[in-house]
Write a protein that binds this ligand. Structure first.
Ligand SMILES: [Zn+2]
Length: 148
């Protein structure tokens, strides 16, 4: 492991016997950046088109910015034109879905299955890819780890 290993900090996180990460609010506030905290722990959304990973294309893996779990692969990523990183598949069992009625809409929120951090929303039936699914994910909720 090199000093620049982007996942090193997550190995320090305490985990429960089932592998979940459950920090209290103060611990999350000190562990995360303010923008990560606002999105992951408060369900915020970054403005469209502002996230650094929106049109990011390199081969590699996308991990949860809260706990470091592997959530998506670059093979899942596609250009949706929506202004946020988009994926049409996920690492099995890495993402949980919750019905979200905020803003008068019925949407499906997606969260990291390990730390319960807010990722974004998932949409189906848009016919953007063969899998017909779009995970619309905040850049602040994920970190990219290059392949190799
Ligand atoms: Zn997580």
């Amino acid at each position: 492991m090199t000093a620049s290993d982007p996942l090193a900090r997550y190995r320090e996180l305490p985990r429960s016997a089932d592998g979940k990460v459950n920090l209290d609010d103060d611990a999350w506030r000190s562990f995360l950046s303010p923008s990560e905290y606002r999105i992951l722990r408060e369900g915020g959304t970054e403005p469209a088109g502002t996230g650094p990973l929106t049109d990011h294309d390199a081969p590699g893996a996308y991990h949860c910015a809260g706990c470091g779990e592997h959530l998506y692969s670059s093979d899942h990523k596609f250009h949706s034109g929506c202004g946020w990183p988009a994926f049409d598949d996920e690492v099995p069992n890495a993402v949980t879905r919750l019905v979200d009625h905020s803003f008068g809409m019925r949407r499906t929120e997606i969260r990291c299955a390990t730390c319960d951090g807010h990722l974004g929303h998932v949409f189906e039936g848009e016919r953007l890819t063969a899998k017909n699914v779009r995970h619309c994910v905040n850049s602040a909720s994920i970190i990219f780890v290059p392949a190799g």
